[in-house]
Design a protein around this ligand. Structure first.
Ligand SMILES: Cc1cc2nc3c(=O)[nH]c(=O)nc-3n(C[C@H](O)[C@H](O)[C@H](O)COP(=O)(O)OP(=O)(O)OC[C@H]3O[C@@H](n4cnc5c(N)ncnc54)[C@H](O)[C@@H]3O)c2cc1C
Length: 404
Protein backbone atom coordinates (compact mmCIF):
# COMPACT_ATOMS: atom_id res chain seq x y z
CA UNK A 1 0.00 0.00 0.00
CA UNK A 2 1.61 3.28 -1.12
CA UNK A 3 1.30 6.09 1.44
CA UNK A 4 0.45 8.52 -1.28
CA UNK A 5 -0.36 7.99 -4.95
CA UNK A 6 1.87 9.24 -7.72
CA UNK A 7 0.77 12.40 -9.43
CA UNK A 8 -2.14 11.95 -11.80
CA UNK A 9 -5.52 13.47 -12.54
CA UNK A 10 -7.06 13.84 -9.10
CA UNK A 11 -10.70 14.08 -8.05
CA UNK A 12 -12.23 14.30 -4.61
CA UNK A 13 -15.18 12.30 -3.41
CA UNK A 14 -16.59 11.02 -0.13
CA UNK A 15 -16.53 7.25 -0.73
CA UNK A 16 -14.50 5.38 -3.35
CA UNK A 17 -16.10 2.00 -4.09
CA UNK A 18 -13.90 -0.65 -5.68
CA UNK A 19 -15.99 -3.19 -7.63
CA UNK A 20 -19.40 -2.95 -9.31
CA UNK A 21 -20.88 -6.24 -8.12
CA UNK A 22 -24.10 -6.44 -6.13
CA UNK A 23 -22.33 -5.11 -3.00
CA UNK A 24 -20.57 -2.13 -4.59
CA UNK A 25 -23.53 -1.07 -6.74
CA UNK A 26 -25.97 -1.26 -3.83
CA UNK A 27 -23.71 0.84 -1.62
CA UNK A 28 -23.26 3.33 -4.48
CA UNK A 29 -26.95 3.67 -5.15
CA UNK A 30 -27.95 3.98 -1.48
CA UNK A 31 -25.23 6.55 -0.76
CA UNK A 32 -26.12 8.54 -3.85
CA UNK A 33 -29.79 8.60 -2.82
CA UNK A 34 -28.70 9.86 0.60
CA UNK A 35 -26.70 12.65 -1.04
CA UNK A 36 -23.28 11.17 -0.27
CA UNK A 37 -20.84 11.57 -3.13
CA UNK A 38 -19.11 8.42 -4.42
CA UNK A 39 -17.25 6.93 -7.36
CA UNK A 40 -17.37 3.25 -8.36
CA UNK A 41 -14.37 1.62 -10.08
CA UNK A 42 -14.94 -1.60 -12.06
CA UNK A 43 -12.33 -3.71 -13.83
CA UNK A 44 -14.74 -5.14 -16.41
CA UNK A 45 -17.03 -3.49 -18.97
CA UNK A 46 -20.70 -2.73 -18.33
CA UNK A 47 -21.72 -5.32 -20.96
CA UNK A 48 -19.63 -7.98 -19.26
CA UNK A 49 -20.98 -7.52 -15.74
CA UNK A 50 -24.55 -7.32 -17.04
CA UNK A 51 -24.18 -10.77 -18.60
CA UNK A 52 -22.07 -12.62 -16.03
CA UNK A 53 -24.25 -15.47 -14.72
CA UNK A 54 -23.72 -16.67 -11.14
CA UNK A 55 -26.24 -16.64 -8.30
CA UNK A 56 -30.00 -16.79 -8.51
CA UNK A 57 -31.54 -17.44 -5.11
CA UNK A 58 -32.34 -14.28 -3.15
CA UNK A 59 -33.63 -14.50 0.41
CA UNK A 60 -36.92 -12.75 1.14
CA UNK A 61 -35.48 -10.34 3.72
CA UNK A 62 -33.08 -9.11 0.97
CA UNK A 63 -35.97 -8.69 -1.45
CA UNK A 64 -37.87 -6.62 1.13
CA UNK A 65 -34.80 -4.48 1.86
CA UNK A 66 -34.24 -3.85 -1.88
CA UNK A 67 -37.95 -3.06 -2.21
CA UNK A 68 -37.76 -0.46 0.59
CA UNK A 69 -35.02 1.29 -1.39
CA UNK A 70 -36.95 1.12 -4.67
CA UNK A 71 -34.54 -1.46 -6.14
CA UNK A 72 -36.79 -4.50 -6.46
CA UNK A 73 -39.13 -3.60 -9.35
CA UNK A 74 -37.44 -5.92 -11.88
CA UNK A 75 -36.96 -8.63 -9.30
CA UNK A 76 -40.59 -8.60 -8.17
CA UNK A 77 -41.91 -8.43 -11.73
CA UNK A 78 -39.84 -11.32 -13.08
CA UNK A 79 -38.77 -13.56 -10.22
CA UNK A 80 -40.30 -16.78 -9.09
CA UNK A 81 -40.78 -17.31 -5.34
CA UNK A 82 -39.63 -20.73 -4.11
CA UNK A 83 -41.09 -22.31 -1.01
CA UNK A 84 -39.52 -25.74 -0.85
CA UNK A 85 -36.59 -27.84 -1.98
CA UNK A 86 -36.18 -31.56 -2.33
CA UNK A 87 -33.48 -34.04 -1.39
CA UNK A 88 -33.36 -37.44 -3.08
CA UNK A 89 -31.56 -40.29 -1.35
CA UNK A 90 -31.64 -43.98 -2.28
CA UNK A 91 -34.62 -43.44 -4.58
CA UNK A 92 -36.71 -41.68 -1.89
CA UNK A 93 -37.88 -38.05 -2.17
CA UNK A 94 -37.67 -35.81 0.94
CA UNK A 95 -39.29 -32.39 0.53
CA UNK A 96 -38.17 -29.58 2.86
CA UNK A 97 -41.05 -27.07 3.07
CA UNK A 98 -39.02 -24.19 4.40
CA UNK A 99 -41.45 -21.39 3.49
CA UNK A 100 -44.25 -23.13 5.38
CA UNK A 101 -41.93 -23.35 8.41
CA UNK A 102 -40.31 -19.90 8.23
CA UNK A 103 -43.01 -17.84 6.49
CA UNK A 104 -40.39 -16.66 3.97
CA UNK A 105 -39.35 -17.60 0.43
CA UNK A 106 -36.39 -17.51 -1.89
CA UNK A 107 -36.87 -15.39 -5.00
CA UNK A 108 -35.20 -16.71 -8.13
CA UNK A 109 -33.70 -13.84 -10.12
CA UNK A 110 -30.45 -14.35 -12.03
CA UNK A 111 -27.64 -12.25 -10.54
CA UNK A 112 -26.82 -10.59 -13.88
CA UNK A 113 -30.37 -9.18 -14.02
CA UNK A 114 -30.02 -7.73 -10.53
CA UNK A 115 -26.64 -6.25 -11.50
CA UNK A 116 -28.26 -4.74 -14.63
CA UNK A 117 -31.03 -3.20 -12.50
CA UNK A 118 -28.50 -1.83 -10.00
CA UNK A 119 -26.24 -0.30 -12.68
CA UNK A 120 -29.28 1.39 -14.19
CA UNK A 121 -30.51 2.62 -10.78
CA UNK A 122 -27.11 3.98 -9.77
CA UNK A 123 -25.67 5.31 -13.02
CA UNK A 124 -28.60 6.04 -15.35
CA UNK A 125 -31.34 7.03 -12.90
CA UNK A 126 -29.32 8.60 -10.09
CA UNK A 127 -26.44 9.92 -12.23
CA UNK A 128 -23.83 8.01 -10.23
CA UNK A 129 -20.27 7.76 -11.55
CA UNK A 130 -18.82 4.37 -12.58
CA UNK A 131 -15.47 4.03 -14.27
CA UNK A 132 -15.54 0.74 -16.22
CA UNK A 133 -12.53 -1.20 -17.49
CA UNK A 134 -10.07 0.31 -15.02
CA UNK A 135 -6.73 -1.43 -14.46
CA UNK A 136 -3.94 -1.37 -11.89
CA UNK A 137 -6.20 -0.23 -9.07
CA UNK A 138 -4.17 0.64 -5.96
CA UNK A 139 -5.23 1.80 -2.50
CA UNK A 140 -3.23 4.39 -0.56
CA UNK A 141 -3.13 5.90 2.90
CA UNK A 142 -5.85 3.68 4.35
CA UNK A 143 -4.70 4.46 7.87
CA UNK A 144 -4.91 8.22 7.27
CA UNK A 145 -7.97 10.49 7.34
CA UNK A 146 -7.78 11.05 3.59
CA UNK A 147 -7.08 7.79 1.76
CA UNK A 148 -6.93 7.55 -2.02
CA UNK A 149 -7.49 5.05 -4.81
CA UNK A 150 -5.53 5.25 -8.04
CA UNK A 151 -6.20 3.49 -11.33
CA UNK A 152 -5.47 3.55 -15.04
CA UNK A 153 -8.41 4.70 -17.17
CA UNK A 154 -9.57 2.36 -19.94
CA UNK A 155 -10.14 5.06 -22.58
CA UNK A 156 -6.91 7.07 -22.25
CA UNK A 157 -4.44 4.84 -20.41
CA UNK A 158 -3.88 7.77 -18.05
CA UNK A 159 -3.34 7.38 -14.34
CA UNK A 160 -6.08 8.87 -12.10
CA UNK A 161 -6.36 9.41 -8.37
CA UNK A 162 -9.53 9.57 -6.28
CA UNK A 163 -9.06 11.17 -2.87
CA UNK A 164 -11.80 10.19 -0.46
CA UNK A 165 -12.90 9.81 3.16
CA UNK A 166 -13.55 6.06 2.95
CA UNK A 167 -12.88 3.14 0.63
CA UNK A 168 -15.48 0.38 0.26
CA UNK A 169 -13.63 -2.74 -0.90
CA UNK A 170 -16.29 -4.61 -2.88
CA UNK A 171 -14.05 -6.19 -5.50
CA UNK A 172 -14.93 -9.83 -4.94
CA UNK A 173 -12.80 -12.85 -4.13
CA UNK A 174 -9.94 -11.91 -6.47
CA UNK A 175 -9.87 -8.17 -5.88
CA UNK A 176 -7.06 -5.91 -4.70
CA UNK A 177 -8.64 -4.20 -1.67
CA UNK A 178 -7.89 -6.97 0.79
CA UNK A 179 -4.32 -7.23 -0.48
CA UNK A 180 -3.76 -3.55 0.39
CA UNK A 181 -3.99 -4.28 4.11
CA UNK A 182 -0.80 -5.11 6.05
CA UNK A 183 -0.65 -8.85 6.69
CA UNK A 184 -0.76 -8.57 10.47
CA UNK A 185 -3.87 -6.34 10.45
CA UNK A 186 -6.34 -8.84 9.00
CA UNK A 187 -6.46 -12.62 9.07
CA UNK A 188 -8.05 -14.81 6.44
CA UNK A 189 -9.72 -17.81 8.08
CA UNK A 190 -10.09 -20.47 5.40
CA UNK A 191 -11.78 -23.84 5.25
CA UNK A 192 -11.27 -26.15 2.30
CA UNK A 193 -14.01 -28.72 1.65
CA UNK A 194 -11.65 -30.95 -0.33
CA UNK A 195 -14.15 -31.35 -3.15
CA UNK A 196 -15.19 -29.48 -6.28
CA UNK A 197 -18.49 -28.76 -7.96
CA UNK A 198 -18.96 -28.33 -11.66
CA UNK A 199 -21.42 -25.45 -12.11
CA UNK A 200 -23.42 -25.96 -15.29
CA UNK A 201 -25.84 -23.70 -17.13
CA UNK A 202 -28.13 -25.49 -19.55
CA UNK A 203 -30.44 -24.13 -22.22
CA UNK A 204 -33.31 -26.12 -20.77
CA UNK A 205 -36.60 -25.41 -18.99
CA UNK A 206 -36.84 -26.35 -15.31
CA UNK A 207 -36.79 -30.05 -14.45
CA UNK A 208 -38.81 -29.52 -11.29
CA UNK A 209 -40.95 -26.86 -9.61
CA UNK A 210 -38.29 -26.46 -6.90
CA UNK A 211 -34.57 -27.02 -6.27
CA UNK A 212 -33.55 -30.69 -6.15
CA UNK A 213 -30.45 -32.18 -4.51
CA UNK A 214 -29.53 -35.76 -5.41
CA UNK A 215 -27.47 -37.28 -2.57
CA UNK A 216 -25.60 -40.06 -4.28
CA UNK A 217 -22.56 -42.28 -3.75
CA UNK A 218 -21.07 -40.88 -7.02
CA UNK A 219 -21.32 -37.34 -5.62
CA UNK A 220 -23.96 -34.65 -5.32
CA UNK A 221 -26.12 -33.74 -8.31
CA UNK A 222 -28.29 -30.64 -8.07
CA UNK A 223 -30.85 -28.70 -10.05
CA UNK A 224 -31.76 -25.05 -9.38
CA UNK A 225 -34.09 -22.68 -11.18
CA UNK A 226 -32.81 -19.73 -13.15
CA UNK A 227 -35.42 -18.85 -15.81
CA UNK A 228 -38.09 -20.55 -17.94
CA UNK A 229 -35.40 -21.23 -20.58
CA UNK A 230 -32.19 -21.65 -18.54
CA UNK A 231 -31.46 -24.05 -15.68
CA UNK A 232 -28.56 -24.31 -13.26
CA UNK A 233 -27.14 -27.77 -12.47
CA UNK A 234 -24.27 -28.84 -10.25
CA UNK A 235 -22.21 -32.03 -10.23
CA UNK A 236 -19.76 -32.84 -7.46
CA UNK A 237 -16.47 -33.73 -9.19
CA UNK A 238 -12.96 -34.54 -7.97
CA UNK A 239 -10.88 -31.48 -7.03
CA UNK A 240 -8.83 -30.27 -9.99
CA UNK A 241 -11.13 -31.93 -12.54
CA UNK A 242 -11.51 -30.15 -15.87
CA UNK A 243 -14.77 -29.29 -17.65
CA UNK A 244 -13.14 -30.79 -20.76
CA UNK A 245 -13.52 -34.22 -19.13
CA UNK A 246 -17.28 -33.67 -19.12
CA UNK A 247 -18.76 -33.73 -22.63
CA UNK A 248 -22.53 -33.27 -23.08
CA UNK A 249 -23.41 -36.97 -22.90
CA UNK A 250 -21.40 -37.61 -19.76
CA UNK A 251 -22.89 -34.58 -17.93
CA UNK A 252 -26.49 -35.60 -18.62
CA UNK A 253 -25.85 -39.29 -17.92
CA UNK A 254 -24.36 -38.43 -14.52
CA UNK A 255 -27.10 -35.90 -13.69
CA UNK A 256 -29.73 -38.52 -14.52
CA UNK A 257 -27.93 -41.10 -12.40
CA UNK A 258 -27.67 -38.79 -9.37
CA UNK A 259 -31.00 -36.95 -9.62
CA UNK A 260 -33.64 -39.14 -11.18
CA UNK A 261 -35.96 -41.28 -9.04
CA UNK A 262 -38.81 -43.49 -10.29
CA UNK A 263 -41.73 -41.32 -9.14
CA UNK A 264 -40.38 -37.91 -10.32
CA UNK A 265 -40.45 -36.55 -13.82
CA UNK A 266 -37.24 -37.05 -15.84
CA UNK A 267 -34.73 -34.21 -16.27
CA UNK A 268 -35.34 -31.82 -19.14
CA UNK A 269 -32.09 -31.86 -21.08
CA UNK A 270 -30.63 -29.15 -23.28
CA UNK A 271 -27.47 -27.61 -24.68
CA UNK A 272 -24.76 -26.90 -22.09
CA UNK A 273 -24.02 -23.16 -22.14
CA UNK A 274 -21.38 -23.05 -19.40
CA UNK A 275 -19.33 -25.53 -17.36
CA UNK A 276 -17.07 -24.22 -14.58
CA UNK A 277 -15.29 -26.24 -11.95
CA UNK A 278 -15.46 -24.52 -8.56
CA UNK A 279 -12.92 -25.48 -5.95
CA UNK A 280 -15.21 -25.60 -2.90
CA UNK A 281 -13.82 -23.52 -0.09
CA UNK A 282 -14.95 -20.89 2.37
CA UNK A 283 -13.09 -18.02 3.99
CA UNK A 284 -13.80 -15.13 6.30
CA UNK A 285 -11.58 -12.08 6.72
CA UNK A 286 -11.33 -10.70 10.26
CA UNK A 287 -11.81 -7.89 10.92
CA UNK A 288 -13.59 -6.46 7.84
CA UNK A 289 -12.20 -2.98 8.44
CA UNK A 290 -8.73 -1.49 8.40
CA UNK A 291 -8.38 2.24 8.91
CA UNK A 292 -10.65 3.88 6.36
CA UNK A 293 -11.13 0.67 4.31
CA UNK A 294 -14.24 -1.44 4.86
CA UNK A 295 -14.62 -4.73 2.98
CA UNK A 296 -18.03 -5.99 1.84
CA UNK A 297 -19.20 -9.10 -0.03
CA UNK A 298 -16.91 -11.75 -1.48
CA UNK A 299 -13.83 -9.63 -0.81
CA UNK A 300 -14.60 -10.14 2.88
CA UNK A 301 -15.91 -13.69 2.90
CA UNK A 302 -16.53 -16.52 0.49
CA UNK A 303 -19.29 -19.06 0.96
CA UNK A 304 -19.17 -22.10 -1.32
CA UNK A 305 -22.54 -22.08 -3.16
CA UNK A 306 -24.01 -24.89 -1.01
CA UNK A 307 -26.70 -22.87 0.77
CA UNK A 308 -26.99 -20.05 -1.85
CA UNK A 309 -25.66 -17.53 0.67
CA UNK A 310 -22.93 -15.53 -1.12
CA UNK A 311 -24.98 -12.83 -2.84
CA UNK A 312 -27.33 -12.57 0.13
CA UNK A 313 -24.48 -11.97 2.56
CA UNK A 314 -22.86 -9.48 0.14
CA UNK A 315 -26.11 -7.50 0.21
CA UNK A 316 -26.31 -7.75 3.99
CA UNK A 317 -22.85 -6.16 4.23
CA UNK A 318 -23.89 -3.50 1.72
CA UNK A 319 -26.94 -2.47 3.75
CA UNK A 320 -24.98 -2.42 7.02
CA UNK A 321 -22.06 -0.47 5.59
CA UNK A 322 -24.33 2.09 3.93
CA UNK A 323 -26.20 2.67 7.20
CA UNK A 324 -22.88 3.11 8.99
CA UNK A 325 -21.58 5.58 6.38
CA UNK A 326 -24.84 7.50 6.46
CA UNK A 327 -24.62 7.76 10.26
CA UNK A 328 -21.15 9.28 9.79
CA UNK A 329 -22.24 11.83 7.19
CA UNK A 330 -25.69 12.66 8.54
CA UNK A 331 -25.07 12.67 12.30
CA UNK A 332 -21.30 12.61 12.75
CA UNK A 333 -21.83 9.26 14.46
CA UNK A 334 -18.94 6.85 13.87
CA UNK A 335 -20.10 4.12 16.22
CA UNK A 336 -21.79 2.19 13.40
CA UNK A 337 -18.59 2.23 11.32
CA UNK A 338 -16.61 1.11 14.34
CA UNK A 339 -19.08 -1.75 14.84
CA UNK A 340 -19.52 -2.63 11.16
CA UNK A 341 -17.10 -5.57 11.15
CA UNK A 342 -18.55 -7.17 14.27
CA UNK A 343 -22.15 -6.64 13.09
CA UNK A 344 -21.49 -8.13 9.65
CA UNK A 345 -19.46 -11.05 10.97
CA UNK A 346 -22.31 -12.26 13.15
CA UNK A 347 -24.45 -13.15 10.14
CA UNK A 348 -21.49 -14.33 8.09
CA UNK A 349 -20.55 -16.94 10.69
CA UNK A 350 -24.17 -18.12 11.02
CA UNK A 351 -24.25 -18.54 7.22
CA UNK A 352 -20.91 -20.36 7.27
CA UNK A 353 -22.17 -22.67 10.01
CA UNK A 354 -25.36 -23.46 8.08
CA UNK A 355 -23.36 -24.06 4.89
CA UNK A 356 -21.11 -26.43 6.80
CA UNK A 357 -24.10 -28.30 8.25
CA UNK A 358 -25.76 -28.63 4.85
CA UNK A 359 -22.49 -29.59 3.20
CA UNK A 360 -22.34 -32.73 5.31
CA UNK A 361 -25.89 -33.67 4.23
CA UNK A 362 -24.92 -33.16 0.59
CA UNK A 363 -21.47 -34.74 0.62
CA UNK A 364 -21.67 -37.41 3.34
CA UNK A 365 -23.25 -40.01 1.00
CA UNK A 366 -20.33 -39.74 -1.47
CA UNK A 367 -17.58 -39.62 1.16
CA UNK A 368 -16.79 -43.37 1.08
CA UNK A 369 -17.21 -43.19 4.85
CA UNK A 370 -20.26 -45.13 6.10
CA UNK A 371 -20.26 -43.09 9.32
CA UNK A 372 -20.56 -39.77 7.45
CA UNK A 373 -23.17 -41.27 5.14
CA UNK A 374 -25.33 -42.34 8.11
CA UNK A 375 -24.92 -38.93 9.78
CA UNK A 376 -26.03 -37.26 6.53
CA UNK A 377 -29.14 -39.45 6.41
CA UNK A 378 -29.91 -38.71 10.08
CA UNK A 379 -29.61 -34.95 9.46
CA UNK A 380 -31.89 -35.21 6.45
CA UNK A 381 -34.53 -37.15 8.38
CA UNK A 382 -34.46 -34.52 11.14
CA UNK A 383 -34.68 -31.62 8.69
CA UNK A 384 -37.79 -32.94 6.94
CA UNK A 385 -39.26 -35.00 9.79
CA UNK A 386 -39.00 -32.82 12.89
CA UNK A 387 -41.01 -29.61 13.05
CA UNK A 388 -38.76 -28.20 15.78
CA UNK A 389 -35.50 -28.83 13.90
CA UNK A 390 -37.07 -28.08 10.52
CA UNK A 391 -38.25 -24.66 11.69
CA UNK A 392 -34.83 -23.74 13.00
CA UNK A 393 -33.11 -24.93 9.80
CA UNK A 394 -35.69 -23.16 7.63
CA UNK A 395 -34.92 -19.90 9.46
CA UNK A 396 -31.24 -20.33 8.68
CA UNK A 397 -31.73 -21.47 5.08
CA UNK A 398 -33.85 -18.42 4.33
CA UNK A 399 -31.64 -16.08 6.38
CA UNK A 400 -34.52 -14.99 8.59
CA UNK A 401 -32.76 -16.04 11.77
CA UNK A 402 -29.07 -15.35 11.34
CA UNK A 403 -27.96 -12.29 13.32
CA UNK A 404 -26.72 -14.08 16.42
C1 LIG B 1 -21.81 -20.67 -9.78
C2 LIG B 1 -22.16 -19.77 -8.64
C3 LIG B 1 -23.47 -19.83 -8.12
C4 LIG B 1 -23.83 -19.01 -7.06
N1 LIG B 1 -25.10 -19.09 -6.57
C5 LIG B 1 -25.48 -18.26 -5.54
C6 LIG B 1 -26.87 -18.21 -5.10
O1 LIG B 1 -27.76 -18.92 -5.62
N2 LIG B 1 -27.18 -17.35 -4.09
C7 LIG B 1 -26.24 -16.54 -3.52
O2 LIG B 1 -26.57 -15.78 -2.59
N3 LIG B 1 -24.93 -16.53 -3.96
C8 LIG B 1 -24.53 -17.36 -4.95
N4 LIG B 1 -23.25 -17.30 -5.45
C9 LIG B 1 -22.29 -16.34 -4.86
C10 LIG B 1 -22.46 -14.93 -5.44
O3 LIG B 1 -22.39 -14.95 -6.84
C11 LIG B 1 -21.37 -14.00 -4.87
O4 LIG B 1 -21.33 -14.16 -3.48
C12 LIG B 1 -21.64 -12.54 -5.22
O5 LIG B 1 -21.34 -12.31 -6.57
C13 LIG B 1 -20.79 -11.58 -4.35
O6 LIG B 1 -21.05 -10.26 -4.75
P1 LIG B 1 -19.93 -9.15 -4.60
O7 LIG B 1 -20.56 -7.88 -5.03
O8 LIG B 1 -19.32 -9.23 -3.27
O9 LIG B 1 -18.77 -9.59 -5.59
P2 LIG B 1 -18.76 -9.76 -7.16
O10 LIG B 1 -20.11 -10.03 -7.68
O11 LIG B 1 -17.66 -10.72 -7.46
O12 LIG B 1 -18.36 -8.32 -7.68
C14 LIG B 1 -17.03 -7.82 -7.54
C15 LIG B 1 -16.75 -6.89 -8.70
O13 LIG B 1 -15.45 -6.32 -8.54
C16 LIG B 1 -14.80 -6.32 -9.80
N5 LIG B 1 -13.36 -6.29 -9.55
C17 LIG B 1 -12.54 -7.32 -9.24
N6 LIG B 1 -11.27 -6.87 -9.08
C18 LIG B 1 -11.32 -5.54 -9.28
C19 LIG B 1 -10.32 -4.51 -9.26
N7 LIG B 1 -9.04 -4.79 -8.98
N8 LIG B 1 -10.70 -3.25 -9.52
C20 LIG B 1 -11.99 -2.95 -9.80
N9 LIG B 1 -12.97 -3.89 -9.85
C21 LIG B 1 -12.63 -5.16 -9.58
C22 LIG B 1 -15.30 -7.57 -10.48
O14 LIG B 1 -15.18 -7.50 -11.89
C23 LIG B 1 -16.77 -7.59 -10.04
O15 LIG B 1 -17.61 -6.92 -10.94
C24 LIG B 1 -22.87 -18.11 -6.51
C25 LIG B 1 -21.57 -18.04 -7.04
C26 LIG B 1 -21.22 -18.86 -8.10
C27 LIG B 1 -19.82 -18.76 -8.66
Amino acid sequence: MGRYPDAGRAVDTSVAIVGAGVAGLTIGRLLRTAGVDCVVLEAESREFIEQRPRAGFIEEWVVRALERHGLADGLLAHSKPQSECEFRLDGVRHVFRYAELSGQHHYVYPQQLLVTDLVRAYADDAGGCIRFGVTDVALHGLDTERPAVSYTAAETGERHVIRCDFVAGCDGARGVSRQAVPEDAMQVIRHDLGIAWMAILAQAPPSSAHAVFGLHRNGLGAFMHRSPEISRYYLEVPPGDSPDNWPHERVWRELRERLEVPDARPLVEGELLEKRVLDMHNYVVEPLSYGRLHLAGDSAHLLAPIGAKGMNSALHDAFLLTDALRAHYEHGDDSRLAGYSEDALRRIWQYQEFNQWLSEVMHGPSSDDPFRARVAAARLRRMVGSEISGTSLAGLYIGADADH
